[in-house]
Design a protein around this ligand. Structure first.
Ligand code: G3H
Ligand code: 13P
Ligand code: NA
Ligand code: ZN
Length: 328
C-alpha cells in the first residue's frame, strides 16, 4: 500500500531502524528494489529526481511506482519526490499522487545557488502548509551538501550546489535546525555532515573529521522528535568499482560513506538514507561484466537481468544493515 513518509518514519523511530530511500528511473531499478524488499520484508521509499522525470517522463515514473504497489500489495511504499526546487514543483508532484515531497530550500530554485535561511524557511513552510492539507509529508534540508575534505560542493549532473562552499554552510547547526523545524513544521530534516552526491565523496576512507557523525548526535539531542535524513549516502562499494574497471571502465580511486557509519547515524535519529550511486555502480558493473563474458548475446533482457540481480543484492544488504528488514 502507498503510505506517507511520516507514517513510515514514525514506525522506524519507534523501533530504532532506518529506511534506505532509493532513487528510481527505470523498470529494472523499481523491480530490484521491490524484489529485495519482498525478500527481506522491508518497507520501501522510492524517490524520483528532476533528472528521473526528464529521463522517464512523470507519467511513466508514477505508474512504475503504482505498478510496484499493485504487484507487492503487502509492502508499504512511500512515493517520494527528491530535491524539489520550489513549492510549485512540489505541488505538481502532490497532484501526481506522490505521498511525500522534498522541498530543498537550501538552494535557490536553480538548484545550484545556496539560499538564505529566511528564503529556506519561507518556501519550506509554504510547502508544508500545502502538503499537509493533502496528507502528504515534507522533507526539508538545512545546510548544503559538500566535501569537508576539499570544500567542493561535489555537484554532479546539475544536482546540488555548485563550486566552493564555506565550511559552515556544509555543516548543519543544531540550534538553527531546532528553529527551522519549529518555524516550518517539516516531517523530516536533511542535514549536512560532510557527504555529497555522486561517486566522488572522499579521496580515502573517511575519518571523523570529514564525515561528522558527531554532528548527527548533537542535532538529534537538540531535536529528538525530528526524523533526520542523510543525503549522499552511497557507500561506493570497492568491489563494484573493481568490476567496472576490470571490464573496460575507468573510474578513479574514490570512497563513499561506510555502511557502519550510517548504522551509527541510525542509532542517533537518522531514519531516511538516500542512495542512488550504489545502484548505478552495481548496474553498470554487472552489465559491463555480462557483455564482456557473453559477447554474442544481444537480448537486452539478459544483461538487464544481470543488472537487476546486482541491484537486488545491494538493496538486500542495505535493508539488512539498516534494520529495515522484517518491518514491512
Ligand atoms: O539527488 C541526487 C540523486 O542522485 C539524483 O540524481 O538528478 O541525476 O537523477 P539525478
Ligand atoms: P548518492 O549519490 O550518495 O547515492 O546520494 C543520493 C541522494 O542523496 C539523492 O537525493
Ligand atoms: Na529526498
Ligand atoms: Zn540528495
Amino acid at each position: 500500500a502507498l503510505i506517507s513518509m511520516r507514517q513510515m518514519l514514525d514506525h522506524a523511530a519507534e523501533h530504532g531502524y532506518g529506511v534506505p530511500a532509493f532513487n528510481v528511473n527505470n523498470l529494472e531499478q523499481m523491480r530490484a528494489i521491490m524484489i529485495a524488499a519482498d525478500k527481506t520484508d522491508s518497507p520501501v521509499i522510492v524517490q524520483a529526481s528532476a533528472g528521473a522525470r526528464k529521463y522517464a517522463g512523470a507519467p511513466f515514473l508514477r505508474h512504475l511506482i503504482l505498478a510496484a504497489v499493485e504487484e507487492f500489495p503487502h509492502i508499504p511504499v512511500c512515493m517520494h519526490q527528491d530535491h524539489g526546487t520550489s513549492p510549485d514543483v512540489c505541488q505538481r508532484s502532490i497532484q501526481l499522487g506522490f505521498s511525500s515531497v522534498m522541498m530543498d530550500g537550501s538552494l535557490m530554485d536553480d538548484g545550484k545557488t545556496p539560499a538564505s535561511y529566511e528564503y529556506n524557511v519561507d518556501v519550506t513552510r509554504r510547502t508544508v502548509e500545502m502538503a499537509h492539507a493533502c496528507g502528504v509529508s515534507v522533507e526539508g534540508e538545512l545546510g548544503c551538501l559538500g566535501s569537508l575534505e576539499t570544500g567542493q560542493a561535489g555537484e554532479e549532473d546539475g544536482v546540488g550546489a555548485e563550486g566552493t562552499l564555506d565550511m559552515d554552510q556544509m555543516l548543519t547547526d543544531p540550534e538553527e535546525a531546532a528553529d527551522f523545524v519549529k518555524k516550518t513544521g517539516v516531517d523530516a530534516l536533511a542535514i549536512a555532515i560532510g557527504t555529497s552526491h555522486g561517486a566522488y565523496k572522499f579521496t580515502k576512507k573517511p575519518t571523523g573529521d570529514v564525515l561528522r557523525i558527531d554532528r548527527i548526535k548533537e542535532i538529534h539531542e537538540r531535536i529528538p522528535d525530528t526524523h533526520l535524513v542523510m543525503h549522499g549516502s552511497s557507500s561506493v562499494p570497492q568491489e563494484w568499482l573493481a568490476v567496472i574497471n576490470e571490464f573496460g571502465g575507468e573510474i578513479p580511486e574514490t570512497y563513499g560513506v561506510p555502511v557502519e557509519e550510517i548504522v551509527e547515524g541510525i542509532k542517533h535519529g537518522v531514519r531516511k538514507v538516500n542512495i542512488d550511486t550504489d545502484l548505478r555502480l552495481a548496474s553498470t558493473g554487472a552489465i559491463r561484466r555480462f557483455l564482456a563474458e557473453n559477447p554474442s548475446e544481444f537480448d537486452p533482457r539478459k544483461y538487464f537481468k544481470a543488472s537487476m540481480d546486482a541491484m537486488v543484492q545491494v538493496c538486500v544488504d542495505r535493508y539488512e544493515a539498516f534494520g529495515t528488514a522484517g518491518n514491512a
